[in-house]
Design a protein around this ligand. Structure first.
Ligand SMILES: O=P(O)(O)OC[C@H]1O[C@H](O[C@H]2O[C@H](CO)[C@@H](O)[C@H](O)[C@H]2O)[C@H](O)[C@@H](O)[C@@H]1O
Length: 363
């Protein structure tokens, strides 16, 4: 088939690469539309299923050394250009504006690993974040508990929002539009003034009970890990056997159903998360931090948000709707996203942060 393409009269008008890209792009759009990209892209299985659909013989899989996964990633990059290759044009928009940097933790600053307790951040990454924070206000917004993220990051130069933004340690500015009963001004360990904002405070006692119950009821399912993220709970199933997954999900739903309307479930990478049903997510945390940094409704601010997971989409959407700022997704496979730019993985995040810090240090 490949040979006949090359020798067909069409190929003298349209180069084979263009035809190949057009076909893969249409298939990508189809798979995106039916929501299959999660399982199909970036895997050998996905490649071979796509190739079967295309009728591509195994020997035809890599014209010019490109696999279908590569080709679909390249066409996805057209819609979500690399923040590294687009760095200079991106930065030209920042003139006269205050850059503020928001970073997710897992999958962004640290690679995804099998054991959530060992998702360490590398020293070069720590130095890069420190350097960025020396030049621009910087915050880390994570699904983890705030204390746990701090344990991993160990930087006093950044603000932290844990539990998907439901536990914020931010600048001391008290913004009146936020409910005072969730906001306290206090001092950190070093005596600096800070504000703690915890909009799901009332849920704490129930979350503690739920945590106990979940641990008790899931301890018989090998591989389950119930992580206490303070204002939310993560139930990890990365090491759970396929045949046990159904039972695990049933237990989670059953425990949550004891508190109807108070909690809901969200999903991340091999994790089900139980979250209080308040209208508050990473996007709201981003806006809160901008407000407390003194940038309420300001158009002179240019926020960057780097994240890899579904929960980061809430922050991407906020930046999109505000019409300024750079939502950057960290992904090595094409994904449906509200981000405008992309980086492949934490190593590209590191390169990006180094460039950003260097930019910030220029006179
Ligand atoms: O918002 P984030 O900082 O990205 O946190 C999201 C969840 O990340 C962690 O789980 C994920 O990373 C683990 C370590 O690489 C991995 O083992 C797990 O499968 C991933 O889901 C964290 O453990 C969760 O509590 C966070 O909610």
């Amino acid at each position: 088939m490949y040979v006949s393409f090359i020798t067909s009269p069409l190929s003298s008008v349209w180069p084979i690469n263009k035809i190949y890209r057009m076909v893969t792009e249409n298939i990508r759009k189809l798979y995106m539309a039916i929501g299959l990209q999660k399982w199909l892209y970036g895997t050998q299985v996905g490649d071979s299923i796509l190739n079967q659909r295309l009728g591509v013989e195994p020997s035809d899989e890599k014209p010019n050394g490109l696999g279908l996964a590569d080709a679909t990633y390249i066409s996805w990059l057209e819609e979500h250009p690399s923040a590294l290759t687009s760095f200079v044009p991106m930065m030209s928009e920042t003139k006269g504006k205050q850059i503020v940097v928001f970073l997710d933790y897992d999958g962004t600053l640290s690679p995804i690993v099998n054991d959530p307790d060992r998702a360490f951040m590398s020293d070069p990454m720590r130095s890069a974040v420190r350097e960025v924070a020396r030049h621009f206000p910087t915050a880390i917004i994570s699904g983890r508990s705030r204390d746990k993220v701090y344990e991993f990051v160990k930087l006093d130069e950044v603000y932290y929002a844990g539990s998907h933004g439901m536990d914020i340690m931010g600048p001391p500015l008290h913004v009146k539009s936020y409910d005072g009963k969730y906001q306290i001004n206090t001092l950190d360990d070093k005596g600096n003034e800070i504000t703690i904002f915890q909009p799901a405070k009332e849920y704490l006692p129930t979350i503690k009970m739920m945590l106990k119950e979940l641990r008790k009821r899931t301890c018989g399912i090998p591989g389950t890990l119930v992580e206490d993220n303070r204002f939310c709970i993560s139930v990890h199933y990365r090491h759970v056997l396929d045949q046990d997954y159904g039972l695990l999900e049933e237990i989670i739903r059953d425990v949550v159903s004891e508190y109807p309307n108070f909690f809901h479930l969200t999903r991340g990478k091999k994790v089900i998360e139980i979250r209080p049903s308040i209208k508050w997510n990473k996007g709201d945390a981003l806006v809160y931090l901008l407000d407390t940094l003194g940038f309420s409704d300001s158009t002179n601010v240019l926020p960057f948000y780097l994240g890899d997971d579904k929960t980061d989409e809430d922050a991407f959407k906020v930046l999109r709707s505000r019409g300024h700022g750079y939502p950057i997704i960290v992904s090595s496979v094409p994904r449906e996203t509200s981000a405008s730019y992309s980086l492949r993985d934490p190593s590209e995040v590191l390169s990006f942060l180094i460039r950003l810090a260097r930019w910030g240090s220029m006179p």
